[in-house]
Ligand binder design. Structure first.
Ligand SMILES: *[C@@H]1O[C@H](CO)[C@@H](O)[C@H](O)[C@H]1NC(C)=O
Ligand SMILES: *[C@@H]1O[C@H](CO)[C@@H](O)[C@H](O)[C@H]1NC(C)=O
Ligand SMILES: *[C@@H]1O[C@H](CO)[C@@H](O)[C@H](O)[C@H]1NC(C)=O
Ligand SMILES: *[C@@H]1O[C@H](CO)[C@@H](O)[C@H](O)[C@H]1NC(C)=O
Ligand SMILES: *[C@@H]1O[C@H](CO)[C@@H](O)[C@H](O)[C@H]1NC(C)=O
Length: 285
């Protein structure tokens, strides 16, 4: 390996020459952890004492060639900044450093929050757990409800080593949204030079239970209208509804006549059982 400490000291004291006559090809690399890499350091200068790579893996000595590859068969570290040095008696010494991004594929841990049954007003934290990913600063996690984006998270940590980031989405159960289906997607766009990675979690399905809701306590309706249309009973699970008048079952689909006016009792059995007395007025047409 080169006497780099010394060379580096020298270079920083004179400042790196603006036109260092070496080229790195490619000038930056994106490599998957464990895979191989080759980058050429090239010079068109003929009169030089050598070019050489300084690196934690795959370093070389100064060699009097015009093209010198930095090659590693299997990248097993996370922080590489290999530098190619140019040494000459006729030109200022100089160096170019290669930008190496090492990535790992994205894995989302299966969630235990799927197929949950909630009651209206309950809150749940959905978790998107990502295992062993790098570089985390290039990761984006997007939450979807159906096909709509509801939250997007990025990660500031500039570490190069793999981490286990997570993203949380808080859902408050409402009846307007009784059967939501959530998922999280993780994306890492390392283009150009690297891949565009995309992983989706399985769906997190949730069911919201509510009711039964009896939508009225007094009804005024016209002849021929029905109790069922005028006072629907809603809920999840769908309630089993009985209408009674004077202790007798009454079919709520019956078109009402004036003489049907009176006090009705509605019994709705669903998530809970609700009974209510409803006074029904029937107006003439
Ligand atoms: C490096 O140089 C060699 C020899 O010229 C060439 O075959 C190879 O394709 C080059 N590799 C890169 C990454 O430029
Ligand atoms: C970044 O992540 C690393 C590894 O998990 C951790 O040690 C470090 O404290 C984090 N840095 C910041 C600024 O959060
Ligand atoms: C990765 O993220 C860093 C920090 O946000 C950014 O500077 C860099 O350009 C990103 N890399 C790629 C390949 O997009
Ligand atoms: C509601 O009523 C039904 C039948 O009357 C009964 O079987 C059920 O246990 C009741 N449910 C609740 C939540 O009280
Ligand atoms: C409905 O009216 C009947 C008869 O007046 C009464 O016994 C019952 O308690 C009432 N039920 C409710 C839920 O108000």
């Amino acid at each position: 390996v080169l006497m780099c400490g010394l060379l580096y000291f020298y270079l920083s004291s004179i400042g790196v020459h603006a036109s260092c006559p070496i080229e790195l090809s490619p000038p930056s690399v994106v490599v998957r952890y464990g895979e191989s890499v080759t980058v050429n350091c090239t010079t068109s200068e003929t009169l030089h004492t050598g070019i050489g790579w300084e690196a934690t893996q795959g370093g070389t000595g100064l060699e009097q060639v015009n093209i010198l590859p930095w090659t590693v068969e299997r990248l097993t570290g996370w922080d590489y900044s290999p530098s190619c040095y140019f040494a000459s008696d006729f030109h200022e010494q100089c160096v170019k450093t290669l930008d190496v991004v090492i990535y790992k594929n994205i894995n989302i841990k299966p969630s235990s929050e799927s197929d949950k049954v909630l009651k209206e007003g309950d809150e749940i934290q959905l978790l998107c757990d990502i295992i062993n990913v790098a570089p985390v600063q290039n990761l984006t996690v997007t939450w979807f409800k159906g096909n709509n984006v509801i939250q997007r998270d990025t990660f500031d940590n500039r570490t190069k080593i793999p981490v286990d980031p997570f993203s949380e989405f808080t859902f408050r159960a409402t009846r307007q949204d009784a059967f939501p289906l959530f998922r999280c997607e993780a994306d890492m766009d390392l283009r150009p030079g690297g891949p565009k990675l995309h992983v989706s979690s399985p769906g997190y399905s949730i069911m919201v239970q509510f009711g039964p809701d009896i939508s009225c306590s007094v009804i005024e309706l016209n002849e021929k209208e029905t109790l069922e249309e005028t006072c629907p009973v809603k809920g999840n699970p769908i309630p089993h509804v009985k209408w009674l008048k004077d202790g007798q079952l009454f079919d709520p689909k019956t078109p009402l006549r004036r003489e049907d006016a009176g006090i009705y009792t509605v019994e709705a059995d669903g998530l809970v059982n609700v009974t209510r007395n409803i006074s029904v007025l029937v107006l003439c047409e």
